[in-house]
Design a protein around this ligand. Structure first.
Ligand SMILES: Nc1ncnc2c1ncn2[C@@H]1O[C@H](COP(=O)(O)OP(=O)(O)OP(=O)(O)O)[C@@H](O)[C@H]1O
Length: 270
């Protein structure tokens, strides 16, 4: 596991989000530490995706402050705001790739848009990111419709990595993948974090992801982040939703699988 700093790279205070009369978040606080993999969980409709969208500026909160990289990003002038945006990458739930562009061209979009790069360097960087995301080299020339769901996720990840982000946002990265594909994707994220040292903020329903790759988990409920901590700390909680979520049959199965994996690794290392 990578060393994480307690210095928050994302700091949310007093966030309020409302759509008409529906209040989704109120007085929500959260710190994400530099270098950690933090997963946000919570019941359906608790506002996990809205919170991710709020941090990256796709949804403006009704109240509260958001600091990313120590900057008050809700009140930054446009130029600095764009500079901050270049320092993170986002993988949306469906990959959000441009269907009329090849994978390599998709990866090149942020390179052209933010860095103004032109010529062969674009192909070189795209090839590098495609390899980093664990795709074969020939995937670069393919269109999203020619890829499997797992490969599309990796293509989306390659694009999210285009600008060497310091933070990677992942919205349900393993949704729609079979268990083996999901485990491989989780491992890829963990390996990349260890190698590159970026921070990961992810939204998930996948208990295997929580059990295997996350440093800390934040539970969204009652319009705020109710608790943040390690998996062990989650297992000590007494809130009925948290107990049901982590101690229910799916939670137990994920923890048992993780324990088996850990045992297999330590046998292998012995
Ligand atoms: N643009 C919008 N306009 C109106 N309501 C919205 C908008 N975006 C989200 N909502 C509402 O906010 C609430 C939270 O939505 P969100 O998608 O963040 O939930 P979630 O926790 O990610 O759910 P799930 O786990 O089912 O994906 C939902 O009730 C949703 O209908």
């Amino acid at each position: 596991m990578a060393s994480t700093s307690t210095d928050p790279i994302i700091r949310l205070r007093g966030i309020r989000n409302a759509f008409g009369p529906q209040v989704v978040h109120d007085k929500l606080d959260l710190d994400v530490r530099r270098g950690e993999i933090l997963a946000l969980v919570g019941g359906s409709g608790t506002g996990k995706s809205v919170l991710l969208r709020t941090i990256v500026g796709l949804n403006r909160p009704a109240a509260g402050s958001i600091e990313v990289f120590g900057q008050d990003i809700l009140n930054l002038p446009d130029v600095q705001r764009r500079a901050a945006e270049q320092r993170w990458g986002i993988l949306f739930q469906n990959g959000a790739l441009f269907s009329s562009l090849t994978v390599a061209q998709n990866v090149q979009v942020p390179l052209k848009e933010h860095l103004g790069l032109k010529g062969p360097i674009l192909d070189e960087i795209a090839a590098l990111k495609i390899a980093l995301a664990g795709l074969p080299a020939d995937a670069g020339a393919k269109y999203p419709s020619e890829l499997s769901g797992g490969m599309r996720k990796r293509a989306g990840l390659a694009r999210a990595l285009a600008l060497d982000p310091e933070i990677v946002f992942l919205d349900e990265p393993t949704a729609g993948l079979d268990p083996i594909g999901a485990a491989a994707f989780d491992q890829l994220i963990a390996d990349l974090r260890d190698a590159v040292g970026f921070t990961v903020f992810l939204v998930t329903h996948d208990l295997d992801t929580l059990a295997t790759v996350c440093d800390r988990i934040g539970v969204l409920g009652q319009k705020r982040v109710m608790v943040v901590g390690t998996m062990d700390e989650m297992l000590q909680q007494t809130d009925p939703w948290i107990v049901e979520y982590f101690h229910g049959p799916r939670g137990r199965a994920a923890l048992d699988a993780q324990a088996r994996n850990a045992a297999a690794h330590s046998d292998g290392a012995a």
